[in-house]
Design a protein around this ligand. Structure first.
Ligand SMILES: Nc1nc2c(c(=O)[nH]1)N(C=O)[C@@H](CNc1ccc(C(=O)N[C@@H](CCC(=O)O)C(=O)O)cc1)CN2
Ligand SMILES: Nc1ncnc2c1ncn2[C@@H]1O[C@H](COP(=O)(O)OP(=O)(O)OP(=O)(O)O)[C@@H](O)[C@H]1O
Length: 203
């Protein structure tokens, strides 16, 4: 897509978000399945994957790149796997719940499936090693556009000491010409699409 986004133009941000969500929903089931398999291959070829023990991902909805097949691979590779759960209060907070093959799920207030919350099996954002973050849009510098709730921005805003690797995940059609980061946007370390894994930071 060839769309530029001005930094503080919130109505533009909303419009772009709606267009990109429609675009990803229009992908075929075959395109979705192929994308799911390709990202597993790209991810497992990168050293960040092998050095990570605690990995967070998401349950896809709304045409998002479906990482469900990856969950089984992670468990087989003996990774500890986490999914986001939204807090009842404060409503802006999100935690990361450890899951296994036997975990149970329920719909959250946005209708997204999330694991049942169990505080003893949660991990702080800073203590994760790798976070696969759902994107609505991204550009070639690693600026991101999310669903607009600010959940990921808040969860990783103060994580500066031991920063997990933040890897955005999207279909390549969700790339836009340029997004200007909002002041609160946490920068991505990498973007993973069905085409490639692009790394923006070193070490
Ligand atoms: N699969 C997935 N899980 C995720 C996220 C995501 O982007 N993808 N999130 C990433 O942050 C968090 C949820 N964030 C969300 C932020 C806004 C809306 C939203 O505005 N949804 C509706 C409005 C519905 C309503 O208000 O009832 C919409 O589709 O317009 C949904 C989820 C945590 N879990
Ligand atoms: N660190 C923060 N502290 C407080 N509010 C924040 C913080 N980060 C983001 N927000 C708020 O969250 C709202 C949504 O931000 P933005 O539009 O960048 O969401 P997003 O990055 O698309 O969503 P997400 O992070 O859920 O993927 C903004 O209006 C902003 O005020």
């Amino acid at each position: 897509m060839n769309l530029n986004l001005a930094p503080t133009d919130l109505s533009n941000r909303r419009l772009l978000r709606a267009q990109l969500r429609k675009l990803r929903r229009s992908l075929s089931a075959v395109q979705q399945q192929q994308a799911s398999l390709k990202v597993i291959k790209h991810l497992r070829s990168h050293p960040w994957y092998w050095s990570a023990q605690h990995i967070a991902l998401y349950q896809a909805a709304d045409g998002e790149l479906n990482l469900a097949p990856l969950i089984n691979v992670l468990l087989a590779d003996k990774k500890m796997v986490y999914l986001p759960v939204l807090a009842k209060w404060p409503r802006t907070q999100m935690s990361f719940q450890r899951i296994t093959a036997d975990s149970c799920y329920q719909a959250n207030r946005f209708g997204l499936a999330e694991p049942l919350s169990n505080a003893s099996q949660q991990r702080s954002a800073w203590a994760l090693d790798l976070v696969l973050m759902p994107l609505v849009g991204f550009d070639k510098q690693g600026n991101r556009l999310g669903m607009g709730g600010g959940f990921y921005d808040r969860a990783f805003a103060s994580v500066r000491v031991k920063q997990p690797k933040l890897m955005g995940v999207a279909h390549s059609v969700q790339q836009v010409e340029q997004l200007t980061a909002a002041a609160w946007d946490v920068p991505l370390d990498a973007v993973l699409t069905e085409q490639q894994l692009t790394v923006f930071t070193t070490d």
